[in-house]
Write a protein that binds this ligand. Sequence first.
Ligand code: UDP
Length: 242
Amino acid sequence: MSLEKVEILGVQVNSLTMAEAVDTVEGFIEQGNSTLIATANAEMIMRATYDEELCHILNSADLVVPDGAGTVWAAGYLGHPMPERVAGYDLAQELMKVAPTRKQKIYFFGSAPGVADKAKTKAEEWYPGINIVGTRNGYFSAEDEVEIIKDIKEKQPDILLVALGVPKQEKWLYAHLKELNVPVSIGVGGSFDVMAGVMQRAPLWMQKAKLEWLFRGLKQPSRIGRLMALPKFVLKVMASKK
Ligand code: UDP
């Protein structure tokens, strides 16, 4: 499947539906090469405008889904409307839903101690028969890293979900992708926190009103500064329109 891409502030983002994203990822698993998937929201794209390494990683990723209302708005504003938002959390859930019938193995790496284990318990409850082959928290030293990579390689997952926050998860995956030899690796940010119930997701009405960013900002006052990324993003996209 050839997927259309839209360039937003120098970042190439795929234009696709959730169903197409799932099909694409399933195709990657069948092919078995090491692929990197990123979920680009406004904050990530803003960061990529001054973080060259992140920008390079995103533009060499195998799939970059439009995560967030800001990204979808920007594509439309620039004259390339996208069919829908494909949130990283939702994409991970859709993949877990079909994993049992496809006998796929999944590994959870990241978040505070205990969170990935709790997320695993939830996944087993929500998706009976799911095979989460390993979990590891996201706080580690350089020495731990050797152990972590060894464990992932031994467990041979089909899908590796990594929650170390942006841009750490993208940079870590990019650096170790070939060595890990996992067909599909995805940076999923706060997804284990949400699954474990440590963080709440915005209610559906707020998601539909495109206010998820506001909910996250209000829930975590430490993120208030990060809320400014959205208006800055909007202004920058407007200024970038030729
Ligand atoms: N995290 C981690 N290791 C780190 C930094 C962060 O495992 O060194 C985890 C953190 O516990 C959280 C997740 O990364 O579960 C994502 O954090 P945040 O919500 O800030 O992500 P973002 O919005 O950047 O995707």
